[in-house]
Every structure is written in structure tokens, then in C-alpha cells.
Ligand binder design. Structure first.
Ligand code: LLP
Length: 383
């Protein structure tokens, strides 16, 4: 705590011990079924966090040229780097070809043709998974649902036969497997069960069309507990993989891949912020803190609720709206939150901020980000 007080706030605090526990829980459960897990870089690209993920032996799922480069520079095996995304630019594609990544998750017919042309210039063969939009509900926030017909992602399952035929003439494309991703922060296993049933159906159709996918990539999306993060310091990987294994019908020679982000890194990060002012209003009381939607956008974007703890006070609780300094009314971490009576200078920890926190931070209002701190072997350090 004294260490934390010494650092300029707000800052991210990553518990690398907790991260490693989460990585190892995931790996142990995935290994039981021979599953391959790629880490979804978009969740967090902090160097120290990436270092642990590389060490733990995960692949990388990237959605921009810079993520591909970062994955490569961070030491991920290029063959275990996958590049997804609906709008890959020519430059991003050629950079990825140059690095020699394992797979492109292709999201449209036109992208397939462009990839073929660019690979031809490189005299390379691009291995691809076709991203299918399975039209399966994910029961999550609408803004992070990706697998419905109305979403921009992937191609329709009905187009797959045509794509198989088309790729026969694309000499620089090797058709590998199928890719799916239905959304994020999914807590109802029913969504994954429905995805498996749909994958079985599409996989079977592909075989009927004379092509057996070598990879079935089920994407990511496994949710974490934002309400009680202390009780559930990592996601339930056992339930997740057992659920999938119980329903997915794949042949021995088909690899099963996943792209997990939040479930691996979400709980290991906290945003540490200082109370600037306690403002007792007419109808409600505000705690004005020095972190804002510029550091953690999730509450403003998705009405996300993060558990908040006052690290400096154990006084009796009262309700506060916890708000940041940004000139937007959505700059609010929570309304009517029960917290100990707080005062100027108290440190608050905003939990479950390891995923889509720092990676979505921005410079609105010309805000600058402070360096992060880490817990390593139980000790707080800032390299
Ligand atoms: N694969 C694909 C193709 C994705 O689009 C995503 C996330 C993932 C994997 C990883 O999903 P995860 O396991 O982390 O749920 N900013 C939002 C989340 C956006 C997720 C976008 N795609 C948030 O803060 O909740």
C-alpha cells in the first residue's frame, strides 16, 4: 500500500502472480482435450503481461498489422500468430506475409482475392481460415455481439461451398480451416453450446462439399466475474472446455483452436486511482477521482460495472457516484456505489481492469497515461 501511494495516479497495477495462475488454469484444462489457445492481443498488449503469456506457450490472435508486429517482436512463434479482422489493409497483409504468420482469418470473398494477389507478389502461400458468421446468440451486451447476421463479421455459412470452389483457382491461398467468434463477456454456457451445434452442422456440410477443415477455431468470449472478482479470480476454464468437449464433433485430425482474451488477463489488472474531491450534492454524493473514461472506457461504452474498493478507508459505508475528471457525463465508474466514507487522497482500486482497460485508453482531453506497476512474487514493483 505504501508503495502504491508513491506512484503517480491513475495507473494500472498488474498482478503477474494472478495472471500466471489464470494462464496455468487455462493451459491445464485446454491440454486435457488437446486444444490450442491463442491469446487475443486486443485485450491487453502491456509488455510485461505479454512476456508471461509468451512464456506460458500460448499463440497470438491479432486484429491489426501493429498487433501482428507486436506479437512477433514479443516472441510469439510466427506460426502460432493468427491475423483476423474485417478490414485488413494491403500494407498490413504484406507485413504479415513477410513475418510468415500461421494463418489469416479471412472475412470476405474480396479479401480472399486480394490476399491471393498480394501473396503471389511475395511468391508465398497464405494459409487461411474462413470466418463464418454462424448467426448464434451470445446473450451479452449488444455492442460486443459479433456472431449475428446483422453484424459485419465473417461470411454466411451458405456461401462456403462457393468459397471452396473459388479457392481452387486461387493458387496462393491454402484453405485451412473455419473460424467463428460470437461475442465477448459471455457467461451463459448455452451460447457456447449453440455455437458447437452450429459448428458441427457447418463442419459436416464442408465435408459433404469435399473439403475437411483442418482447424475449427471457436474464437473467444469466455466471461469473467465483474461483481465478485475476489471470489472468482479467474474464469471457469474447466466448465468452458468441458462444455465444448461434450458437444463438439470433430475428427481426430481436426485441431480445435480458441482465441481467449478477457478470461486470461481480465482479473489480473486493477486501475488504481486517487480521490480528488468528495462532493456532497443536493440529491447525491460524488467521489471525483483522477482516473476517467480515458483510462477505462468500459463503463462509458458498455455501462460495464467494475467492483471498486477503497484501499485507504474502512469507515462506515455510504453511497457515492464515482466519477472521473473528463468533460463527459458518461465519465462515471458507477452510480450509488456503497463505499466507505472517503476523503481526498484515498486510493481506490477498480477491479477486473486487465482486459480492454489499458489497451483502450486514449488521450482525449490531452490526457497522458502513467507507467504501470506490477505484483511479482507478492511484491509491488515498477520497473
Ligand atoms: N476473437 C475475435 C475475433 C474477437 O473479435 C475477440 C474480441 C476475441 C477473439 C477475444 O474475445 P474475449 O475472449 O476477450 O472475449 N472492448 C470490449 C470487448 C470487445 C471484444 C472484441 N473482440 C469490452 O471491453 O468488453
Amino acid at each position: 500500500m505504501d508503495k502504491l501511494k508513491a506512484y503517480d495516479t491513475p495507473f494500472y497495477l498488474y498482478d503477474l502472480d494472478l495472471l500466471n495462475a489464470s494462464l496455468s488454469a487455462c493451459k491445464t484444462q485446454a491440454d486435457r482435450f488437446g486444444y490450442h489457445v491463442h491469446y487475443a492481443m486486443k485485450a491487453n498488449t502491456n509488455d510485461m503481461v505479454l512476456r508471461e503469456i509468451v512464456k506460458a506457450g500460448f499463440g497470438a490472435d491479432c486484429v491489426s498489422g501493429n498487433e501482428v508486429k507486436k506479437a512477433f517482436q514479443s516472441g510469439f512463434d510466427p506460426k502460432a500468430i493468427v491475423f483476423a479482422g474485417v478490414g485488413k489493409s494491403d500494407k498490413e497483409i504484406t507485413d504479415a506475409l513477410e513475418i510468415g504468420i500461421g494463418r489469416f482469418n479471412v472475412e470476405s470473398v474480396q479479401e480472399l482475392e486480394v490476399l491471393n494477389e498480394l501473396a503471389a507478389k511475395y511468391n508465398a502461400i497464405a494459409e487461411v481460415n474462413i470466418r463464418i458468421n454462424p448467426n448464434v446468440k451470445s446473450y451479452t451486451h449488444a455492442n460486443i455481439t459479433t456472431g449475428l447476421n446483422e453484424n459485419k463479421f465473417g461470411v454466411s455459412a451458405e456461401d462456403i461451398q462457393e468459397i471452396i470452389q473459388l479457392t481452387e483457382n486461387l493458387k496462393h491461398i491454402k484453405l485451412g480451416g473455419l473460424h467463428f467468434h460470437i461475442g465477448s463477456q459471455i457467461t451463459r454456457m448455452e451460447a457456447f453450446k449453440n455455437l458447437c451445434l452450429r459448428v458441427n452442422e457447418i463442419n459436416e456440410n464442408c465435408k459433404q462439399y469435399g473439403w475437411k477443415p483442418d482447424v475449427l477455431n471457436l474464437g473467444g468470449g469466455l466471461g469473467i466475474d465483474y461483481v465478485n472478482p475476489k471470489d472468482n479470480p479467474h474464469a471457469d476454464f474447466q466448465l468452458y472446455f468441458e462444455t465444448i468437449n461434450g458437444l463438439l464433433e470433430a475428427d481426430q485430425d481436426q485441431e480445435i483452436h480458441f482465441e481467449l482474451g478477457r478470461s486470461l488477463v481480465g482479473q489480473c489488472g486493477q486501475l488504481i486511482t486517487k480521490v480528488l474531491y468528495e462532493k456532497l450534492g443536493k440529491t447525491k454524493d460524488f467521489l471525483i477521482v483522477d482516473a476517467g473514461m480515458t483510462e477505462l472506457m468500459r463503463p462509458a461504452l458498455y455501462q460495464a460495472q467494475h467492483f471498486i474498493e477503497n484501499l485507504s478507508s474502512e469507515a462506515a459505508e455510504q453511497n457515492y457516484d464515482v466519477v472521473g475528471p473528463i468533460c463527459e457525463s458518461t465519465d462515471c465508474f458507477g452510480k450509488e456505489m456503497p463505499l466507505p466514507k472517503s476523503k481526498r487522497g484515498d486510493l481506490l482500486a477498480i477491479y477486473s481492469a486487465g482486459a480492454y482497460g489499458e489497451s483502450m485508453a486514449n488521450a482525449y482531453n490531452l490526457r497522458a497515461q502513467n507507467p504501470s506497476a506490477y505484483i511479482i512474487n507478492g511484491k509491488v514493483v515498477r520497473p
